[in-house]
Design a binder for this molecule. Structure first.
Ligand SMILES: Cc1cc2nc3c(=O)[nH]c(=O)nc-3n(C[C@H](O)[C@H](O)[C@H](O)COP(=O)(O)OP(=O)(O)OC[C@H]3O[C@@H](n4cnc5c(N)ncnc54)[C@H](O)[C@@H]3O)c2cc1C
Length: 402
């Protein structure tokens, strides 16, 4: 597709062409434009910042107070993101937001949201692009990209543009119905860069026949600790008719691979074996489900008591049985049979391999002038504003380097 060349009518010259007017592309464009570069920003949708508009339930969780910590990002090279994140911090983005009079608040765990609407963030970025005289072309389909004589040539039906710098900011394939594509990977491969296998992340997980019992809990949520290997998140989990969702599950999904089991501590901060054995002494006639109902939603307590075969008064159960049941409550193993896929994934994990890119300006080591930024790159943040912080920081880094 990228090599198909249409008959060209016009040829325009720029300092930099940016493909993808999302979070990273807009930040890159405004940075380069305000440095006096002649910038062309292209997108195939009819508006810029489409994902920003729907993010954070319409209020855009635009950064996280801990968004500068590289350990909050997943990548084959965990050090790669440090340079860009260190040079454009959450405080820098907050300063921009405040300069535009956008009111914000911290919701939880350092997550910053607009008080009003995500539209304010897009309007802010567009205003900053206008200050840098960025030329934006929407509804534009790129048909070919080539490089000759130190210039990239980008063709669209009926026209072509050339520039010594080309920035690919087309994100990942999560939520294709919003125009998301794997375009960045095609360009990377065309120019000889590797791509780390893209997988859906921050995505609900589905459960198989063994866990059918939990289907009846659709809509029940509770605070849990979800863990898998060294990853551990204490947040809400939600049972759905297909499996598990909620922030704790979305977070752990980024670490999950087919065949893995994850553990849910359903009584976080509580020594469940001790709770059950002490309750047996204090209230021997009480049913285990009654004790559970005091700590988790009733419907869940009933399903758990059934799964643990804990019927009848506590006194009828041996301590060893109660201890084993408590241990399961503190670490219930689920083996998802899949995820809800790119259709429901907030982000894509994997992407353009960082070993082919310079940390500083995210430029391809072997293809001078070709940059990859944002979600297209193999850097994926936790839930909670980290992905936008990476988009801003990597966009800024490339905008300063072009
Ligand atoms: C529902 C939802 C809610 C989210 N909420 C948050 C949140 O609150 N906080 C947070 O930090 N992150 C959130 N995210 C993740 C965040 O939106 C992304 O990580 C971020 O937008 C990535 O920025 P980007 O610029 O790299 O890619 P994108 O924002 O996806 O931008 C890519 C752009 O490239 C364009 N494009 C794609 N293919 C082509 C092509 N072939 N030709 C031309 N243009 C193309 C797209 O139209 C798009 O405008 C959310 C994601 C989703 C789906």
């Amino acid at each position: 597709m990228l090599l198909h060349r249409a008959r060209v009518i016009n040829l325009d010259l720029y300092d930099v062409i940016i493909i993808g007017a999302g979070a990273a592309g807009l930040m890159c464009a405004l940075t380069a434009g305000q440095r006096g570069k002649r910038v062309l920003l292209l997108d195939h949708l009819d508006r810029a910042g489409a994902k920003i508009l729907i993010s954070g339930g319409g209020r855009c969780n635009f950064t996280n107070l801990e968004g500068g910590l590289a350990e909050r990002y997943i990548s084959a090279n965990p050090h790669f993101a440090k340079s860009a994140l260190g040079r454009y911090t959450p405080a820098d983005f907050i300063a921009l937001v405040e300069a535009h009079g956008i009111a914000w608040h911290e919701k939880t765990l350092g997550q910053l949201f607009c008080d009003g609407s995500a539209r304010q963030v897009v309007a802010m970025l567009e205003a900053e692009c206008a200050k840098g005289r960025v030329e934006t072309r929407l509804l534009t389909r790129v048909t070919a990209i080539t490089k000759a004589d130190e210039r990239f040539r980008v063709e669209i039906p009926g026209a072509a543009f050339e520039a010594p710098s080309l920035v690919i900011a087309t994100g990942g394939p999560s939520i294709p119905k919003m125009g998301a594509t794997g375009f960045a990977y095609e360009v990377a491969r065309q120019f000889g860069l590797k791509v780390v296998e893209p997988r859906p992340a921050l995505v609900p997980l589905t459960l198989g026949a063994d866990d059918r019992l939990f289907e009846s809990l659709s809509g029940v949520s509770l605070e849990v600790v979800a863990s898998l290997g060294k990853a551990r998140f204490r947040e809400a989990a939600l049972f759905t008719h297909r499996g598990l969702s909620g922030p704790a599950i979305l977070q752990i999904s980024s670490y999950w691979r087919h065949g893995d089991s994850l553990l849910l501590d359903l009584l976080p901060g509580t020594d469940a074996p001790a709770v059950l054995t002490e309750a047996k002494r204090a209230r021997p006639k009480a049913e285990p489900r009654t004790i559970l109902r005091e700590r988790v939603p009733d419907r869940l307590a009933d399903v758990l008591a059934d799964r643990l075969a804990l019927s009848g008064p506590l006194v009828t159960h041996k301590d060893a049985v109660l201890i084993a049941a408590g241990q399961r409550l503190n670490g219930w193993a689920f083996t998802p049979n899949g995820s809800e896929g790119f259709a429901k994934a907030e982000v894509t994990i994997g992407g353009v391999a960082t070993d082919g890119l310079e940390q500083r300006g995210l430029v391809a080591k072997r293809v001078p002038g070709l940059h990859f930024i944002g979600e297209a790159v193999d850097v994926t943040g936790w839930l909670g504003g980290y992905n936008f912080q990476w988009a801003w920081a990597s966009g800024k880094a490339a905008g300063e380097a072009v």
